[in-house]
Design a protein around this ligand. Structure first.
Ligand SMILES: Cc1cc2nc3c(=O)[nH]c(=O)nc-3n(C[C@H](O)[C@H](O)[C@H](O)COP(=O)(O)OP(=O)(O)OC[C@H]3O[C@@H](n4cnc5c(N)ncnc54)[C@H](O)[C@@H]3O)c2cc1C
Length: 400
């Protein structure tokens, strides 16, 4: 066991951890990232939103269109009624569909280029914090630092340690997904042309259809209620693929690359997002259902917020102040709540049928919906977002 001192230890090198590490290193602080996996590692969550692009630009990340498929819209489709509506997204900033193994590796290598240190294949086992420092025990060593950033994703290390995790019920309950290659059917041409994410509405939930570069495709089924299902796992997935004319045409001649994977019980809120000498960002601060692809956007924007505030804290000698992130957190909650309210309406009040499909009649409401779907959650200019927020106030907790 060795002892090592740095300014900041970051748990996790997904989009949130790499964003926070890069920015803090750019500010000139010493950063050590501890990552239990070894890059490149698989991760689900491949559809990015345009409003995450300014953060990537600030990090010095450029996504090459030949490696990452440019994405220009989100389309909602109901084959049962024949209805569909498309929201153009790439107005101000360009979004991409990304293979996460490659994207996350690019992000962490960029953090290293900017001066962060990465210890991968190393798992954080415990954390203790006192007035002087943070002590992190991994399976390989003991590290000390002035500050801890928890970007451990849905493991939410600090949230679990402080018992701040509360589940958000009644959204998607579980997901089954896989990838396809050689998606060369004629029916796929338009999809690769626009790079759109498609959301296919079903009686039991919905499918995501995400085209990836190199004629690959990510297909995921999200089920809203597991009670009463006659089929399970791969059989359930296959049944709904076969029942969809759109999917059957799209996947004609394509090869399924891997077995069906699953993820369950993903939506939660961490009510202890910050405290003395620590802050959480990305999924570690809370995760919403995948339906509107907001995960990576919230990961990079929350990490940016935490890094910028911590830099000010270091400069003012206030990093031990448990309230350091209180003000920024209120702003973060605004965006998180807006997405949560939108997701809730998706599952509980037929948002797609009642509003999205009808929005073609009203350019202004269509534009407001597109703004939220692009991830424009903090401009304060979206009337539909204000309506959502006024409809109900949520408690998403605060720091300890
Ligand atoms: C089914 C599904 C579909 C999704 N689809 C989308 C989508 O289309 N678009 C989108 O934007 N988002 C999507 N998401 C969400 C997206 O995957 C996450 O929001 C995003 O990865 C969050 O980034 P992060 O950096 O916070 O966490 P992660 O990317 O999960 O990174 C956390 C890292 O921490 C490491 N770690 C964890 N614990 C420890 C430990 N104890 N010690 C050391 N390292 C540790 C992990 O190995 C991991 O590398 C989806 C999520 C799910 C479940």
């Amino acid at each position: 066991m060795s002892r090592f001192r740095t300014d900041v230890i970051v748990i996790g090198s997904g989009p949130a951890g790499s964003t926070a590490a890069t920015l803090l290193a750019q500010y000139g602080h010493g950063v050590t990232i501890v990552e239990r996996a070894t890059h490149p590692r698989f991760h689900i969550g491949e559809s990015l939103l345009p409003m995450g692009a300014p953060v990537l630009e600030r990090l010095g990340i450029h996504l090459d269109d030949s490696d990452y498929l440019p994405k220009s819209g989100a389309e909602f489709i109901d084959e049962r009624s024949g209805q569909r509506c498309r929201f153009p997204l790439a107005v101000q900033f360009q979004a991409h569909q990304v293979e996460r193994a490659k994207f996350d590796q690019l992000m962490v290598e960029n953090a290293i280029d900017k001066g962060a240190r990465l210890r991968q294949g190393e798992t954080v086992r415990s954390v203790s914090i006192d007035q002087q420092q943070v002590t992190v025990v991994t399976d390989k060593e003991i590290l000390t630092a002035r500050y801890l950033i928890d970007a451990s994703g849905r493991s939410s290390f600090m949230g679990r340690m402080s018992q701040g995790i509360s589940r958000i019920d009644n959204l998607g309950q579980f997901s089954l997904y896989t990838h396809y290659s050689n998606v060369n059917a004629e029916a796929a041409e338009a999809l690769y042309e626009t790079g759109d994410v498609q959301i296919l509405m079903l009686d039991i939930g919905w499918f995501w259809i995400i085209p990836l570069s190199g004629r690959r495709l990510s297909l995921g089924l999200v089920v809203k209620d597991k009670e009463g299902l006659a089929l399970r796992g791969a059989a359930l997935f296959r049944h709904y693929v076969d029942a969809s004319p759109l999917l059957s045409e799209l996947l004609m001649g394509a090869e399924q690359e891997s077995d069906i994977c699953s993820e369950a019980d993903f939506s939660f809120c961490n009510e202890c997002r910050f405290g003395e000498r620590y802050a959480c960002c990305g999924d570690a601060a809370g995760f919403l259902d995948p339906v509107f692809s907001s995960g990576v956007l919230i990961a990079v924007t929350s990490a940016e917020r935490v890094a910028d505030r911590l830099h000010v804290g270091f400069t003012e000698g206030r990093e031990a102040d448990a309230e350091l992130h209180a003000e920024d957190d209120q702003d973060y909650v605004l965006g998180f709540q807006s997405m949560l309210l939108l997701v809730e309406r998706f599952y509980r009040s037929n948002l797609v049928q009642n509003l999205f499909f009808e929005s073609a009649r009203d350019d202004s409401i269509k534009e407001q919906i597109a703004g939220l779907l692009a991830g424009d959650l903090w401009s304060g200019k979206n009337a539909f977002q204000q309506q959502l927020l006024n409809s109900r106030r949520y408690s998403t907790g605060r720091g300890t």
